[in-house]
Design a protein around this ligand. Structure first.
Ligand code: SF4
Ligand code: SF4
Length: 382
């Protein structure tokens, strides 16, 4: 791979929230203490070095920033207080922007104003659209039935259209990640067998985030796991069981019990993270990028209005339930349309993909090592 040196890289990463990379003298202490840097990996030191010497392409071609789960051990032991953990976090933001072909991610991470204004704009448009549809097809004092303000079948179709667009965006960006980290500029590329042998790692790491459990402190992993399982449960309920969730006012315990558990999980993890970031309780809460707050605020608004709307509907207060549902969607739509593909939620997809691709690359290297060397005659003919 041709090496292009770019002296502006450090300044650019600082815009994404990097620590003081100029303070780093490459002692390697951070890599030595990192519980996740093993085998051929040498992060965070190697990644910081690439940034210091302006090797933009090398940085973009590595999966290592995604193999860090931000336990913070490296930051607390760095003799120069260079904050390597936060620098790895900033590299994940930078890479998210690199994979995103629309440029929206780059805009959001470098200017919180763009992110806030976009969220507000999408929320207002969503509110106007839902109110316009509601008043044209139904009555505000009807939650269900033929005159429902927002028929669940229509909302269900809207959810599927939104999910399809998101999936297309995410898959495109994941394909770009794959290209940058596994294909671009590589003479030896993994064979199909390496991809197939490791394919189980994708769902495994997506649902369990199990690499995180190797960090010395288990609590961040447990919190992350609760958030992930709650989010996935809610997604399955909304995409697969919205009419059952919507029906009532009687409670359908077969589906609602999962909704309650997921909501409790989302609220608990959000409050825990807000408290941690406010009080700076753990190393990974010491620095908060604006996108971290955006993520938490939207998550809280969505979970809170979801519960409120559910209670209002079960109490027979249909006008209040309908209005609260519109407010709920004013949080849901910007969270899904802007945060999932372009901001912090995207990490949920890139991280398991990175773990998978790292193992595919290792598998492919082992296959190449095991392959018999060409005989002198074959080598000469080749
Ligand atoms: S970030 Fe700190 S611990 Fe890591 S190599 Fe630089 S100076 Fe050493
Ligand atoms: S934050 Fe933790 S996992 Fe990430 S590089 Fe530092 S020590 Fe390793």
């Amino acid at each position: 791979m041709a090496v292009r040196v770019d002296p502006t890289l450090v300044a650019e990463l600082e815009e994404f929230g990097a620590g003081d990379m100029k303070a780093c003298f490459n002692c390697g202490n951070c890599t030595a203490v990192c519980p996740l840097s093993e085998g051929d990996t040498a992060f965070p030191r190697r990644m910081i070095r690439y940034a210091q010497i302006g090797q933009r392409d090398q940085l973009a071609s590595h999966l290592e920033p995604w193999l860090c789960y931000y336990c913070g051990d490296c930051s607390t032991t760095c003799p120069r207080e260079a904050e390597p953990g936060e620098t790895m976090m900033s590299m994940r933001r930078w890479l998210t922007a690199k994979y995103d072909f629309t440029g929206i991610s780059r805009l959001f991470y470098r200017s919180w104003k763009w992110e806030v204004y976009s969220i507000i704009l999408v929320a207002i448009l969503t509110g106007i659209a839902f109110l316009a549809v509601g008043f044209s097809v139904g009555s505000i004092d009807q939650y269900g039935g033929p005159d429902a303000f927002l028929p669940s079948s229509g909302v269900h179709i809207f959810d599927w259209v939104l999910a399809s667009v998101l999936l297309a965006l995410l898959l495109t960006n994941c394909a770009r990640m794959w290209y940058f980290t596994t294909l671009k500029g590589r003479s030896a590329r993994p064979g199909l067998g390496s991809y197939l042998r490791n394919v189980h790692l994708l769902p495994l790491h997506f649902f369990t985030q199990m690499r995180f459990a190797k960090c010395s402190a288990r609590r961040p992993w447990v919190i992350h796991l609760i958030l992930m399982l709650s989010y996935t449960t809610m997604l399955v309920l909304i995409m697969g069981f919205l009419p059952q969730m919507w029906a009532g006012p009687e409670i359908d315990w077969r589906v609602h019990v999962f909704g309650y558990l997921a909501t409790i999980g989302l609220l608990f993890t959000t409050v825990f993270a807000v408290r941690g970031r406010t009080k700076k309780l753990e190393p990974h809460y010491q620095f908060s990028h604006e996108s971290d707050w955006m993520f938490l605020i939207l998550l809280f608004v969505v979970a809170f209005t979801g519960i409120l709307q559910h209670i209002l509907h079960r109490s027979g207060l249909d006008v209040a339930a309908n209005i609260t549902y519109v407010v709920h969607m004013m949080g849901v739509v910007p969270m899904l349309a802007l945060e999932v593909p372009f901001s912090k939620w995207a990490h949920l997809f890139y991280r398991p993909l990175a773990v998978y691709l790292a193992d595919v690359q290792t598998d492919a290297a082992e296959v190449r090592q095991r392959a018999p060397s060409p005989t002198p005659g074959e080598a000469a003919a080749g």
